[in-house]
Design a protein around this ligand. Structure first.
Ligand code: UDP
Ligand code: MG
Length: 292
């Protein structure tokens, strides 16, 4: 692979922001000699026609991929990253929230540090909504139980990767917004060098953020996904042990008072056993998915 950089941009209904900032992206790539892949993720506005117009009228050659139907942030990134042919790949959003100078900063940094993934960290930048930051901190908390995690902003949209590595892990990642968390945790969990570098963020110029409305349900699904994928025993074993110990103490208490077998205690012990067995299945699933 050439020792160069590909910028991957997922775009879903971004016609307004693209008309404002895409020519800047093209100029930047041309000046710096970067490759560019932009993925139209089944937009229902004229994102695709804007992109094809740009392609017709620009002397800079870039790749436009297009999904016929919307797949989600992760799905769009996966299509783009899979097509990258340079040693490094960086992802940025299509809404013009990222600074192109930060692309250069992260590119220099990854060559200098030989890291496998650098997260463009928005530390100090407050989340769009309270719900979102609550969801984020719960996800962080679960991740910290499962693995040693020193990365703060795991779901930043601006990340630079070693292309071969990230392509290897793409099949483990979901099509949804949680792509961002899962790919970072996969790198950390597999002991690749992941570091953080501060970046700046602009307010969204036009259009609407899609994950302001991320639901509690999606957050719970993501947490389950993370547990099953990374270290199920860390969650299942303590819960199962709690039920077994509690049930045994309760049951023994009744038994030695000569009151026979307690139904409550038996239920607790049974629950503990079932959770333990579920943990074993989850461990197997985790192993299967990791090796797929
Ligand atoms: N996006 C996408 N498919 C989707 C939803 C979003 O490709 O189904 C793109 C979107 O165009 C943007 C990026 O993913 O470039 C991040 O989305 P958004 O700005 O809505 O998320 P936020 O910045 O609010 O986290
Ligand atoms: Mg955005």
């Amino acid at each position: 692979m050439p020792d160069n950089l590909t910028i991957v941009i997922p775009a879903y209904n971004e016609s307004e922001s693209l008309s404002l900032f895409f020519s800047e992206v093209l100029d930047h790539c041309k000046n710096k000699g970067y490759q560019l892949i932009i993925v139209n993720d089944g937009s229902s506005d004229n994102t695709l026609s804007i992109l094809t117009d740009f392609k017709k009228n620009s002397d800079f050659d870039f790749t436009v991929l297009s999904h016929k139907v919307n797949r989600g942030y992760g799905g769009a990134l996966k299509s783009g990253i899979a097509k990258s042919k340079t040693k490094y790949t960086i992802t940025i959003d299509a809404d013009g929230q990222h600074y192109l100078e930060d692309v250069d900063v992260l590119f220099e940094k990854i060559k200098e540090t030989d890291a496998d993934l650098i997260v463009g960290s928005r530390r100090g930048h407050s989340s769009a909504s309270v719900y979102r930051s609550v969801g984020k901190s719960i996800i962080r908390m679960v991740a910290k139980i499962l693995m040693k995690l020193s990365i703060y902003d795991i779901n930043s949209g601006m990340k630079i990767y070693d292309t071969e590595l990230v392509q290897k892990y793409l099949s483990l990642t979901p099509d949804t917004m949680s792509f961002s968390d899962i790919i970072t945790l996969t790198f950390v969990n597999n002991r690749h060098l992941v570091i953080e570098e501060p970046i700046r963020i602009k307010e969204r110029i036009k259009g609407l953020s899609t994950i302001g409305v991320r639901t509690a349900f999606e957050t719970v699904m993501e947490i389950i996904n993370i547990i099953i994928l990374f270290n199920p025993a860390r969650i299942f074993l303590p819960i199962s042990a709690f039920f077994l110990v509690f049930g045994t103490i309760w049951g023994a208490n009744f038994f030695f008072q000569g009151k026979g077998i307690s139904i409550g205690a038996s239920t607790l012990i049974l629950t503990g056993l079932i959770i333990f067995l579920l943990g074993l299945i989850a461990e197997q699933l985790s192993a299967v998915r990791k090796n797929q």
